[in-house]
Design a protein. Structure first.
Length: 493
């Protein structure tokens, strides 16, 4: 199909060269053809324009057809070539017909030949044929160059030597990996606050074929672009050029050198389960033959002054620096939104009011001491307009829940394992190890907790730390005398 399209293109462009050479022969004929200066200028302009269009269309058509990947796309590009070359004819016929000028512009010239014996006055010996064969020879050279080096000349000039060998694979959804693995992971720095954060950390894995881990190939180069949500998704080439799918520049773009990666570590770090890693190790459908025919790499970078107001996505692709091969498809992140929640807050509304705190913290505001009512209102989403911003305050040490008692205290049953609840709502370590329960009774008069002077065999509590006497032990353990921890049960007989 490509050979046929190239021949049809040559035949079509030959007609354009034929018309251009007719103008050239009239303008360069000896003896000179008598004509007004204006007519000579118009004829020269028409020749240059038609010849330039024919040369450009020939060269570009060769590149378009050779770059086609399917027969239907080859036919489509051939149709574009024909329409481009016929556009001037269509336009002229339209103007002549609409303005009734069909007989106004009529230029007929009969070229005279000199006598055979007088060379000075005779027509040059078909030098005008160079106007045809020079661009045709250039076009044939482009075809031979492309076939031999497997790259189009214009592509080589713009991107260097590119071979479609061993392209880097981005982990897109088309691979069928479980849990949607693996889109770019975007996180805030650990020391960033929700409202003022402008920096984001990005982590993108990719897979390359060959012995990257053995040093046989260089690690890939990862390109990225930030595109506002709603704009067309870019191709891999557009990502490399820093553009969105509509051809406009992205909000941010750049590239980073990847490095070898331990994929299991990365998956665990970002919350992907073991089935994802097992699927990667498989070959065939749903697998990529990880560590067999492909090797993972990781690109991580920090983006300063991220455009939070744009509701943007990050698109990434990779290039094999040895072959120049580009990833078939780019990978895209989820829509990146500013985390407006304060520290220690798990969930908040659009205005930054916290709805749920981390374990060991409780909701409260500066103008209300009804902690239980505040938590119920926040969780139901019924925060009245103008209510002070909810904050997360810590429970007492060793406590994971204080929704009822409030900050600095602990709810019944809210102490961490190995700790007991005092009558004043505080959590203290139990005496000794293997203690299951050491809570003080609520109606018990307040007593001074025991103070460990020497940890000995009584467990993890440090010397000098107040503890509560153990009341019940874990299975296979029994209480020591006077509540001094738990000891292993002995079996007689």
């Amino acid at each position: 199909m490509k050979s046929l399209s190239l021949l049809l293109t040559l035949f079509k462009v030959t007609g354009e060269f034929k018309d251009a050479t007719k103008l050239y022969r009239v303008l360069s004929h000896r003896p000179s053809v008598p004509m007004p200066m204006v007519q000579r200028l118009l004829g020269s302009s028409a020749f240059l324009l038609q010849y330039a269009v024919a040369v450009v269309v020939l060269i570009m058509a060769i590149h378009l057809i050779l770059a086609s990947t399917t027969p239907i796309s080859t036919i489509g590009k051939l149709w574009v070539v024909f329409m481009t070359l016929d556009f001037d004819n269509f336009l002229c016929n339209f103007i002549l017909f609409v303005f009734d000028c069909e007989h106004t512009f009529n230029w007929k010239v009969k070229l005279q030949r000199g006598r055979p014996g007088r060379r000075a006055n005779s027509e040059p010996k078909r030098t005008w044929m160079l106007l045809y064969w020079a661009p045709v020879a250039l076009g044939l050279a482009c075809v031979c160059f492309a076939l031999y080096f497997n790259i189009c000349p214009l592509t080589a000039l713009h991107y260097g030597a590119v071979r479609n060998q061993a392209p880097v694979l981005m982990l897109t959804s088309t691979l069928g990996l479980p849990h949607g693995c693996c889109v770019p992971q975007v996180t805030l720095p650990d020391d960033a606050s929700g409202d003022g954060a402008t920096t984001v950390n990005v982590s993108v894995p990719c897979v390359s074929t060959g012995g990257v881990s053995e040093g046989a190939f260089s690690t890939p180069l990862v390109y990225y672009v930030v595109v506002p949500d709603g704009r067309p998704s870019p191709s891999s080439l557009q990502v490399m050029e820093g553009r969105a799918g509509d051809g406009n520049r992205g909000l941010r773009h750049g590239h980073i050198q990847a490095r070898p990666l331990q994929m299991r570590w990365w998956l665990t770090r970002h919350g992907f389960g073991a089935p994802v890693y097992d699927a990667m190790r498989k070959t065939g459908v749903g697998g990529i033959g990880l560590y067999q025919s492909s090797f993972p790499n990781l690109a991580e970078w920090t983006m300063e002054d991220f455009p939070w107001d744009a509701r943007a996505r990050i698109f990434a692709t990779a290039v094999n620096v040895d072959t120049g091969a580009l990833s078939p498809l780019p990978v895209q992140s989820a829509v990146i939104l500013r985390k407006a929640c304060q520290r220690r807050c798990l969930r908040c509304d659009a205005e930054g009011n916290c709805l749920e705190c981390e374990s060991g913290f409780v909701l409260q505001d500066d103008h209300s001491h009804d902690t239980r009512h505040a938590i119920q209102e926040a969780r139901s989403g019924r925060l009245p307009s103008g209510q002070p911003r909810m904050t997360c305050l810590p429970c007492t040490s060793g406590c994971f829940r204080c929704d009822h008692t409030g900050p600095g205290k602990c709810d019944p049953g809210g102490c961490l394992p190995g700790n007991g609840l005092t009558a004043r709502g505080m959590c203290l370590p139990c005496t000794g190890s293997h203690c299951a329960q050491c809570d003080e009774a609520a109606d018990t008069p307040t007593q001074s907790p025991q103070v460990i002077t020497d940890a000995g065999d009584h467990g993890p509590a440090s010397p000098g730390v107040a503890t509560l006497p153990c009341k019940s032990c874990a299975a296979t353990f029994g209480l020591a005398s006077e509540g001094q921890g738990c000891q292993s049960c002995s079996v007689k007989g």
